[in-house]
Design a binder for this molecule. Structure first.
Ligand code: SF4
Length: 334
C-alpha cells in the first residue's frame, strides 16, 4: 500500500519584531499569528478570523508617519541605483501625494475587505492604509496635516544630514545594493531569519554597511533598553552578511547604522563575537519556545495568555482591541 507523504515540519521563523510583540503581550502575538496562519480574508466579513486579518493592518498615526518616511526613502534610494540623483523637493512632493492617496483610502474605509497586496499604488507605493481612527470611528481631524508635516520635516533633515552625500556616493560605488530586500534569508540556531534591513551596501573593499531608519524619539525612561533592542534587531539582520553561505564576512567588516530623522543623528553600531553569540542564543530560545507554543487554534486558551504590563495604557490603542475584548470561542472556529 502506498505510504502517504508527510510534509516536513515547517521551519520556525525568528523576527525581532515578533519576539518583541510576544514579550509585550502574548494575546497580541496570538492575533498576529492567527492573521498569518488562517487566511482570514477568505472568510465572510463578520467571521472573527476575517476581523483579525483586517485589524492586523490597522495602524496608528505615528506608525503611519514612520511607514510613509520608509516608503519614500526606499523609492528615492531605489532610483539611485538607476543613476537618478536624489532630489529633496521631489521626495517631499512624493510623500505628500502618497499621504493624500493613503489617507483617502483609509477615510473611505476601502481597507474593509481589501487584500493588501492587491491594492493600487501611487507612483509604485501602495495606497493601502487603515488608520486606527477610521477603523474605530474616532475623529481624525488634523491627522493628514500632522503626518505630512512630520514626514516633510524628516525628509528635510535627512537631505541636510552630513552623512547623506557620503551615503549616496557609497551607494554609487558599491558592489551590491539592497534596498528593503525581501530575499536575504539565512538560518541560525534552528530558525529562519529574513534580514529586513532598510538599506545594505557591499562596498568594493568588502565591507557590509547596513542602515536602519528609526522614526521615533527615545522614551527617557527606557533609553538603554530601547537602544539594546534596536542594536539587537540590526545585528539579527547584519548576521546575514557573516554567514558562510552568504558573504561570509568577519564581524569587524560589518557595520550597522541607525539613523534617526527626528534628531538628524546617525549612530554607528559595531558588533562583537560575544554579541553575535547572544543573538544566536536568543534565536535558539525562540525556536525552542515555538515548539511549545500553539500550532493550532484549538490548542489555545486565549484567556490564559499573558497581556501587556499596563493594559489600561496599552489596550485602548491596540489594533486588536475589537476582537480581544469580545467573548469569542476561538478554539471552536473553523
Ligand atoms: S487589547 Fe490589550 S490584551 Fe488584547 S491584544 Fe491588545 S494589548 Fe494585548
Amino acid at each position: 500500500m502506498p505510504q502517504r507523504a508527510t510534509s516536513p515540519p515547517r521551519m520556525v521563523e525568528y523576527s525581532p519584531t515578533a519576539a518583541r510583540t510576544h514579550a509585550f503581550c502574548e494575546k497580541k502575538y496570538y492575533f498576529t499569528w492567527l492573521a498569518r496562519r488562517k487566511q482570514g480574508w477568505r472568510k465572510p466579513a463578520d467571521h472573527p478570523w476575517h476581523r483579525v486579518y483586517e485589524l492586523k493592518g490597522v495602524t496608528s498615526r505615528h506608525a503611519w508617519a514612520g511607514n510613509l518616511y520608509h516608503q519614500v526613502m526606499a523609492r528615492t534610494l531605489a532610483r539611485v541605483r538607476y543613476g537618478v540623483h536624489p532630489n529633496e523637493a521631489a521626495a517631499r512632493r512624493l510623500a505628500r501625494g502618497v499621504a493624500e492617496a493613503q489617507f483617502a483610502f483609509s477615510r473611505e474605509r476601502r481597507f474593509v475587505g481589501a487584500v493588501k497586496s492587491h491594492v493600487e499604488a501611487y507612483d509604485d507605493i501602495s495606497v493601502f492604509l487603515a488608520l486606527f481612527e477610521h477603523a474605530y470611528d474616532l475623529p481624525a481631524d488634523g491627522v493628514l496635516e500632522e503626518t505630512c508635516a512630520d514626514v516633510d520635516r524628516w525628509l528635510s533633515t535627512t537631505f541636510a544630514w552630513d552623512g547623506w552625500g557620503p551615503l549616496i556616493a557609497e551607494m554609487r560605488r558599491a558592489e551590491a545594493v539592497h534596498v528593503e530586500p525581501r530575499d536575504l534569508l539565512y538560518t541560525l540556531a534552528g530558525a529562519r531569519i529574513r534580514a529586513r534591513m532598510d538599506l545594505g551596501l557591499l562596498t568594493r573593499d568588502h565591507r557590509f554597511l547596513l542602515y536602519d531608519w528609526k522614526c521615533h524619539t527615545d522614551d527617557e525612561r527606557f533609553v538603554v533598553h530601547d537602544r539594546q533592542k534596536e542594536e539587537h534587531q540590526v545585528l539579527a539582520y547584519a548576521l546575514w552578511a557573516m554567514q558562510p553561505g552568504t558573504l561570509g564576512l568577519p564581524v569587524e567588516r560589518v557595520v550597522g547604522h541607525i539613523y534617526n530623522p527626528i534628531a538628524g543623528e546617525c549612530r554607528a553600531v559595531r558588533f562583537t563575537e560575544a554579541a553575535c553569540a547572544d543573538v544566536e542564543l536568543e534565536v535558539g530560545r525562540w525556536a525552542r519556545l515555538q515548539a511549545r507554543l500553539f500550532d493550532e487554534v484549538a490548542e489555545v486558551d486565549v484567556d490564559d495568555l499573558r497581556g501587556p504590563y499596563a493594559p489600561d495604557r496599552s489596550c485602548p490603542w491596540c489594533p486588536f482591541k475589537g476582537v480581544c475584548g469580545e467573548e469569542i470561542a476561538w478554539h471552536t472556529l473553523t
